[in-house]
Design a protein around this ligand. Structure first.
Ligand SMILES: NC(=O)c1ccc[n+]([C@@H]2O[C@H](COP(=O)([O-])OP(=O)(O)OC[C@H]3O[C@@H](n4cnc5c(N)ncnc54)[C@H](O)[C@@H]3O)[C@@H](O)[C@H]2O)c1
Length: 394
């Protein structure tokens, strides 16, 4: 029997306490949580009791956790603008890392994390947990088996996303702060971006998008309609807070797949209902387990994510979502904001010396965003309406 990996969790917010701690506790032969860190005292104490730790195992300062000898893996569960310093410090201390999505709020931060972990020779796995949803695994297997021929298009609709607040006691509205979140609903649900690329089965090379606020005056977008192009294929990714429809459709040269969720709702709030495969031979419904409600679905996907990380550490192989792949997902997301602001397609990778690579969505302010751009007129991401656009009345 191998010794369990000793895990230190940084950030005791909703995702850490509702999903990460229980996932580790469900696999005691593989993991033991040895430490927690959070500067918010009430979250740290809630974390301590949830994980069943003693006061000497919890820290207000994450660097004290990272310095502990009884931590093999640092699991970073803070909001994304804080990921970089934590991951770089953990890598320098020789720890393997699991980091929540998005990898960072800016591509530059994410690139620094990838470089630090590469240099240190440690594993950086990112929680792209929707990759493990049973219907996604089944769809990708069918694609790899050639069941629908060559993939042509993928459509991911997630227009019924619930706008969940962060933990009370910290900053419940951080997801609406462009500097902290790096964007709005698209950034929070970039699950849709990596799922689209995963189902295209080709790297995304070009992005175009439209974004809008859910509520006038909001600083981040609540609706994003994106087109992701790979060398020979394209995906439409539509994500929004509200009550819009959800579902995934894959169109191939020899057939199609349709993934349906309860009441045409959005993954993972609406449980999976059916995957149908249509080819010349007719339509069949795959024999997949009934979809689960959100809590058990996310819990299962988190258990698969940590098991994958443990295998990557023990077998010396890449995890399902390595840092470099998560950096590409983040770049595609930031490219969507750039496209919406500039009104044109944006190529990937983003230039590393450009403002949006360095500062993410905040860097849009340094670009020549037209006065007529909806992103500017709606005041998204800190951009302000340009008074010259209204000056001559023509
Ligand atoms: N993969 C998923 O399905 C999923 C689901 C929810 C959230 N997330 C991601 O998890 C991360 C956290 O989200 P959340 O909903 O738990 O947020 P949250 O607001 O509930 O919790 C954030 C926590 O981080 C703590 N924190 C702040 N600064 C810290 C620091 N320097 N060191 C340690 N802790 C610090 C806060 O005190 C708080 O307890 C985000 O990146 C989010 O995108 C992923």
């Amino acid at each position: 029997m191998t010794t369990p990996l000793r895990v230190g969790i940084v950030g005791c917010g909703n995702v850490a306490l509702n999903f990460h701690v229980p996932a580790y506790q469900a696999e005691p032969e593989r993991f033991t949580v040895t430490a927690l860190a959070d500067p918010t005292p009430e979250r740290l104490e809630l974390g301590r009791t949830t994980a069943g730790l003693s006061p000497d195992q919890v820290h207000g300062d994450a660097l004290a956790l990272i310095a502990r000898e009884d931590v093999d893996v640092v699991d970073v569960c803070t909001p994304q603008h804080l990921h970089r310093d934590l991951v770089v410090a953990a890598a320098a201390a020789g720890k393997h890392i699991l980091c929540e999505k998005p990898l960072a709020a800016t591509p530059a931060d994410a690139a620094a994390m990838v470089e630090a972990t590469d240099t240190a020779g440690v594993v950086l796995g990112v929680v792209h947990n929707y990759l493990f949803f049973p219907e996604i695994v089944a769809a990708r297997t069918l694609i790899d088996d050639g069941a629908i021929g060559e993939v042509r298009t993928v459509t991911v609709d997630m227009l019924g996303v619930v706008d969940s607040p962060g933990a009370a006691g910290y900053r419940p509205q951080w997801r609406h702060d462009p500097a902290a979140a790096g964007g709005g609903v698209l950034m929070d649900m970039l699950h849709g971006v990596y799922l689209a690329e995963h189902l295209l089965a080709e790297p995304v090379e070009r992005v175009s998008a439209y974004v809008d606020a859910a509520t006038p005056g909001d600083a981040v977008e609540g609706l994003a309609l994106c087109r992701l192009e790979s060398a020979r294929r394209a995906a439409l990714v539509n994500i929004g807070w509200g009550f819009g429809p959800g579902g995934i459709r894959i169109n191939g040269s020899k057939g199609r797949m349709v993934l349906r969720y309860r009441d045409e709702g959005t993954i993972p709030w609406a449980p999976f209902e059916a995957l149908t495969l249509t080819t010349e031979a007719g339509t069949e419904t795959l024999d997949l387990p009934t979809g689960q409600e959100l809590a058990s679905l996310i819990a299962g996907a988190l258990r698969a994510t940590i098991a994958d990380l443990a295998d990557a550490v023990t077998d010396g192989r890449a995890p399902a979502a390595p840092g470099r792949a998560a950096l590409r997902t983040l770049e595609a997301t930031v490219a969507a904001y750039t496209s919406a602001a500039l009104g044109r397609s944006v190529d990937l990778p983003l230039p590393t010396d450009g403002p949006v690579h360095r500062h993410g969505v905040i860097g849009l302010a340094e670009l020549d965003v037209p006065a007529t751009s909806g992103v500017r007129t709606r005041g998204l991401f800190g951009l302000t309406a340009d008074p010259t656009s209204f000056s001559d009345g023509s």
